[in-house]
Design a protein. Structure first.
Length: 433
């Protein structure tokens, strides 16, 4: 259904391109502007309540943004204005009526065919869970079907069709068709819940019932509703599909360019390490990357060598007397990290991501700190959200995991740019390890 809505939104820009070939750039910009705003405000997400009237303010903004962008492009290239008032009005009408037709057809399909209904799994055991279950079950023709409920504790009300506990989440999703998960209980064990939700299949959406919704304390931020009960989308960002290729493409281009531009610097560092530290200019060590896969990381050697076993299990070397003046300098300026640009080009790492750790410590911390193992959902990075917030060296592991998972759950291109800029500021200020 989101694909049909996307086609409706692009209908008028496509007609403009076909009818006015000389203004094809403006037509493409119009379409891009419409789609960008619609995606930004969540108009292509799976939703329970579909209403063109509710969307109307955003549809006006969406068309206005596209028209504004197309007009700006036309002025820039000194072309005639691509759209007059009549054409703008027609574009808005096509979007509104087209979306209305798609929504109406979708509701009709859901009413006639239960297989097209959105199947919901409720997680919670409070009064809101009971109310949500009752509303879904009492209105079977509204396009939402109940899969069941998962609870946290052992005290369970008979009003809930309980399928098990949180540990059964993956099993329930695997054997029952679940389209969306709705969280209702604000007193849920958050670290454990987050750990399970991060492992949900891509495409499965997560919603939460905001606290105080009956008092209207949610501040008007409701994005959706299930028969009068407001729900907010909290689906984590997924670094997959187009987003993954954007990030990977940026990594390859940026790292390859940096290797060329910084080649003289790397040569100078290698010479300094050779003279000041020893013959082994490049240090190699096994680290844990995406999905727990191990790889060999490269660094400039900053200290005299020790046994591989001791190196793999020593946590902090900041005060190690084997770190000489050259080692202290390249560590303070993070110049020792430059060989990891090769790891990035090879695909072992990304420019931004959780910092890679040794297998010994990954195994140790994953069993102690909830969410530590969840860091490996994405490629590890040369720099990261935890690192730019000062969480390096002998700092809290649980805080590192929290910052890294927050980065993953809210990933965006702009977030990567911010972290890179903060890293550059830190390096120029010599705030290394």
């Amino acid at each position: 259904m989101p694909l049909l809505v996307l086609l409706v939104d692009l209908l008028m820009p496509t007609l403009i391109v076909l009818a006015r070939p000389q203004q094809w750039v403006a037509g493409l910009v119009l379409g891009a502007g419409i789609v960008a705003v619609a995606r930004w405000v969540g108009l292509y997400r799976r939703r329970f309540h579909l209403s063109v009237l509710d969307e109307m303010p955003w549809l006006v903004v969406m068309v206005a943004a596209g028209v504004g962008a197309a007009t700006a492009i036309s002025l820039l290239f000194e072309q005639p204005r691509p759209m007059d008032l009549g054409l703008i009005t027609l574009t808005l009408l096509v979007v509104v009526l087209g979306r209305g037709a798609v929504y109406g057809a979708h509701r009709g399909w859901q009413a006639r065919d239960p297989r097209r209904q959105t199947r919901v799994l409720v997680i919670g055991e409070d009064d809101r869970a009971v109310e949500l279950v009752e509303r879904i079950e009492s209105r079977p023709g509204q396009g939402v079907a109940l899969v069941g409920a998962l609870v946290y504790g052992e005290s369970v009300t008979e009003d809930l069709p309980v399928l098990g506990g949180l540990d059964d989440l993956s099993e329930v999703i695997r054997h029952r068709r679940v389209d969306a998960v709705v969280l209702t209980d604000a007193s849920a064990p958050e670290p454990l819940l987050a750990h399970h939700l991060r492992r949900l299949p891509s495409g499965l959406q997560v919603f939460t019932v905001p606290a105080g919704y009956s008092l209207r304390l949610h501040g008007g931020g409701v994005l959706d509703q299930i028969w009068g009960i407001p729900v907010l989308s909290v689906t984590p960002s997924r670094l997959s599909g187009p987003a993954w290729w954007v990030k990977r493409g940026f990594d390859v281009v940026a790292a390859a360019t940096a290797l060329v531009v910084l080649a003289p610097v790397m040569l100078a560092v290698a010479l300094a390490v050779r003279l000041g530290v020893g013959r082994n200019v490049v240090f190699r060590q096994r680290r844990v990357g995406r999905e727990g896969r191990e790889f060999v990381i490269y660094k400039f050697t900053s200290m005299r060598p020790e046994s591989s076993r001791e190196s793999a299990q020593r946590w902090n070397i900041a005060d190690d007397d084997r770190v000489g003046p050259v080692g202290r300098f390249i560590r303070a300026t993070s110049l020792d990290e430059l060989p990891q640009l090769v790891n990035i080009v090879r695909g072992d790492m990304s420019i931004v991501g959780p910092r890679p750790e040794r297998p010994y410590f990954v195994e140790q911390y994953s069993g102690i700190h909830p969410g530590y193992g969840d860091r490996h959902r994405v490629p590890v990075g040369l720099t990261g959200h935890a690192a730019v917030n000062g969480l390096r060296g002998d700092t809290s592991i649980s805080e590192r995991a929290h910052f890294d998972n927050s980065y993953i759950d809210n990933w965006s291109v702009w977030e990567d740019v911010k972290i890179i800029l903060r890293t550059m500021r830190s390096v120029l200020g010599r705030h290394g390890r």
